[in-house]
Ligand binder design. Structure first.
Ligand SMILES: Nc1ncnc2c1ncn2[C@@H]1O[C@H](COP(=O)(O)OP(=O)(O)OP(=O)(O)O)[C@@H](O)[C@H]1O
Length: 370
């Protein structure tokens, strides 16, 4: 899947932009504060229905305006699809796929599989388990169709169990819910484990390329002691859960535990090394997605190449070439992207105070001449 064109209206400092895009590399160059990240954020919004910088829709609507509008044409095999989104300050709005209202955000996520690499991305390793769960679940969602409805059921069961915990003094009324939660939680966990097992070799390979000085150990924690049935642990933990007001063990507590040379990475690696590891993790997941499903994910890379040394930049360029994915990358100037631009078919855009103009490149000239 790739974006053929993108229209952005009243998003951050972008009043209006209409771009014809490369299925390979799209480079966005501009000074600090010009609007480069805003464009990536707009694509992220279109794919996931949310920003990676704020939870408030009002913040991304251009100041003084009531709503933003995004529209894209996606290449889907020999066909193309039209995807549109409009959002008001309170978050209400409309999502359309080929003119029809979309019922669920997951429909967008399925159409636009995105991998984001950005400077704060190392939170994936230093932050709480929620982020690593989201990383893992992105992959499971895209390769295993049973995952999304199953996760929905588990979430509903947890909500009911937590409500009962607050109402009920006795364990009895929870027994039925715990059996269900345990049954579905174990199914969900098996999907995550299978995905992890399949992803790990590629992840190890990429991590060794970007951090050759370390031996990485990556383990999947399902959210409870895997040697015991979840149903037993839920019953044992009733008093503690009642006290806390919510369920302390289960698939909603799953995590990826990542160590380098036996030490948790957040306690050992430098910030730059953490960023390299996250880059390897995102690339591995994107590559694996492309290999497993025969589809292509889209990479959004914000201001990252300037943080890499020459060798790592070349590796990133080669891996992106191998992915054959569409890539959007921002930078202040062209120099750190030279390797990438020579490896991949490329369109180059200049961003200035929210206005985006295309620089002629070999690819844009070829398309214009055709
Ligand atoms: N809702 C909004 N309406 C109008 N302008 C906004 C809004 N939100 C942010 N901005 C402005 O948009 C500009 C673009 O920000 P953006 O983060 O896209 O810049 P950038 O080109 O990625 O910069 P840098 O290289 O410094 O990261 C900033 O000057 C910011 O103040």
């Amino acid at each position: 899947m790739s974006l053929q064109s993108l229209t952005v209206r009243d998003f951050r400092n972008i009043e209006s932009a209409q771009l014809a895009l490369s299925p390979g590399l799209n480079v966005l160059l501009g000074d600090n504060g010009s609007g480069k990240t805003s464009l990536l954020e707009a694509i992220h919004y279109l794919g996931l229905g949310r920003s990676f910088r704020t939870h408030l829709t009002g913040r991304v609507i251009r100041q003084g305006e009531k709503q933003f509008t995004l529209f894209a044409r996606l290449a889907a095999g020999d066909d193309s699809l039209a995807v549109g989104m409009q959002k008001l300050k309170g978050g209400e709005g409309d999502i359309r796929i080929n003119g029809q209202s979309a019922e669920r955000l997951a429909q967008l996520a399925e159409l636009l599989p995105l991998q984001l690499i950005h400077p704060e991305g190392y939170n994936l390793l230093t932050g709480g388990p929620q982020q690593r769960r989201a990383y893992l679940d992105w992959g499971v969602f895209h390769v295993e169709h049973a995952f999304f409805p199953l996760w929905g059921q588990v979430r509903r069961l947890l909500k009911q169990r937590n409500a009962l915990l607050r109402q009920s003094g006795q364990y009895g009324p929870l027994q039925f819910w715990d059996q269900e939660l345990s049954r579905l939680g174990e199914q969900l966990s098996a999907l995550r484990q299978t995905y992890c097992d399949a992803l790990l070799p590629l992840l190890q390979e990429l991590a060794a390329e970007f951090l050759p000085e370390y031996q990485l150990q990556i383990g999947f924690y399902p959210g409870w002691d895997r040697n015991r049935p979840l149903v037993e642990l839920l019953a044992e933990g009733f008093e503690r859960d009642k006290l806390m007001g919510h369920t302390q063990l289960g698939p909603h507590k799953a995590d990826l535990r990542i160590k380098a040379n036996g030490v948790p990475v957040q306690d050992l690696l430098s910030r730059g090394q953490l960023k390299l590891l996250v880059c390897a993790m995102r690339l591995a997941q994107g590559l694996f997605f492309n290999q497993a499903g025969g589809r292509r994910c889209i990479f959004l890379i914000d201001d990252f190449a300037s943080e890499l040394d020459g060798d790592k930049r070349r590796r990133l360029a080669q891996r992106l070439k191998q992915c054959a994915s569409q890539v959007f990358i921002t930078a202040i100037d062209e120099a750190p992207l030279a390797d990438m631009m020579s490896e991949l078919a490329c369109r180059l855009f200049h961003v200035k105070q929210g206005t985006i103009t295309e620089y002629p490149t070999r690819e844009s000239e070829r398309v214009r001449d055709e």
